[in-house]
Design a protein around this ligand. Structure first.
Ligand SMILES: Nc1ncnc2c1ncn2[C@@H]1O[C@H](COP(=O)(O)OP(=O)(O)OP(=O)(O)O)[C@@H](O)[C@H]1O
Ligand SMILES: [Mg+2]
Length: 326
């Protein structure tokens, strides 16, 4: 397999707050290869956004980052701002969780893409504008010429998402990170946007990270999936394997809580994630896990190969793997 375009090793983010240190990301590993889409799932607060905002150097100064995060082999942790700025946009781009806050309301959409292009390349405005229109076309915006002249408020939610994708593609980055890009959209528009991502990934051979808490999205588009819980990766597998035989109790709980036809009562995961100001020394999921024993509270479990997955669970040998019906 080719070298990964994006690579995280023991990646950590802590926030220094008046109440103490929030250990938001606690040692995450991840590789994403060209032409591959990796889904990152996990419930709210599990550290999905912070991981990738940290990688891009987009967190406030209260954030302390350690470990390693490379893009195309360039180390981002501790990199000078100049390097960060060059890599950001040009080699890796992020589509943010909230498109309205990322688009500037007082600039035409076309101009925002032009600015993005010109920040990395010495291109005449007219040429950059043509490329902006092409990009809007690529992401499936109808009448892209006319739309480029409009302001963000004249776009629907789905079109704003597409405009964000167009901006992220402006400098042909090798790695695209999409943070909940379809959460606020109806299913038809969601399907169209996911198709745009798949085209980018396959036809342009990009590496895509799809952050979402929607397992349906992952099932539809991702090749592999990394499940996050309390700032750690608890399971990693190919999508088909994860859905066919989830191994970690948290992943099983996630799949069990998906609505199914003919089922009147959903089975949510009871309890809530730990307080990241004082995360437990052992498995973060132990307090909610029916398999937990004293052993689980002693050490943070690492991901280890199990069947077709990698799972961070010391009780893995005793887990009922036939339980989940998907
Ligand atoms: N600036 C900050 N200062 C302190 N803590 C923060 C800050 N930003 C994020 N956090 C904390 O970091 C943890 C991870 O947050 P993150 O935004 O990565 O969650 P997420 O998995 O993306 O959740 P969601 O699905 O809701 O988007 C949370 O506990 C959050 O409260
Ligand atoms: Mg988030």
């Amino acid at each position: 397999m080719s070298a990964p375009l994006l690579s995280l090793r023991d990646f950590r983010v802590s926030f220094y707050t008046p109440n103490g240190v929030v250990q938001a990301v606690r040692g995450v590993d991840l590789d994403v290869h060209p032409g591959e889409m990796v889904g990152v799932v996990g419930e709210s607060g599990s550290g999905k956004s912070v991981t990738f905002l940290g990688l891009l150097g987009l967190l406030p100064s209260t954030a302390h980052i350690s470990g390693s995060a490379t893009v195309n082999g360039i180390e981002m942790v501790g990199a000078p701002n100049k390097v960060m700025r060059t890599v950001r946009g040009k080699q890796v781009a992020m589509i943010f969780q909230d498109p309205l806050s990322a688009l500037n309301p007082v600039y035409r959409v076309g101009n925002q893409i032009v600015e993005m292009i010109q920040s990395h390349e010495d291109v005449a405005k007219k040429d950059a504008w043509e490329r902006a229109v092409d990009l809007l076309n690529t992401v499936g915006i109808p009448q892209p010429k006319a739309r480029a002249e409009q302001y963000p408020h004249e776009f629907s939610g789905g079109m704003r998402q597409r405009a964000m994708i167009a901006m992220a593609l402006a400098n042909s980055p090798d790695v695209l990170i999409a943070d909940e890009p379809t959460t606020a959209l109806d299913v038809t528009v969601q399907a169209q946007i996911l198709e745009v991502f798949q085209r980018i990934q396959r036809e342009l051979n990009k590496a895509v990270v799809m952050i979402t808490h929607d397992l349906g999205v992952i099932a539809r588009v991702a090749d592999r999936v990394q499940v996050m819980y309390a700032g750690r990766a608890v399971e990693r597998a190919k999508v088909d394997d994860l859905f066919a035989s989830p191994t970690h109790p948290y992943t099983q709980g996630l799949l069990d809580s998906l609505p199914r036809p003919g089922q009147s009562v959903l089975q949510p995961i009871m309890g809530s994630p730990p307080n990241m100001l004082q995360p437990p020394p052992g498995c973060g999921f132990a307090a909610r896990c029916k398999y937990a024993t004293n052993l689980c509270s002693e050490h943070l479990p690492e991901l280890v190969p199990f069947g077709n997955s990698e799972t961070a669970c010391v009780r893995i040998a005793d887990i009922d793997l036939s339980r989940v019906e998907v």
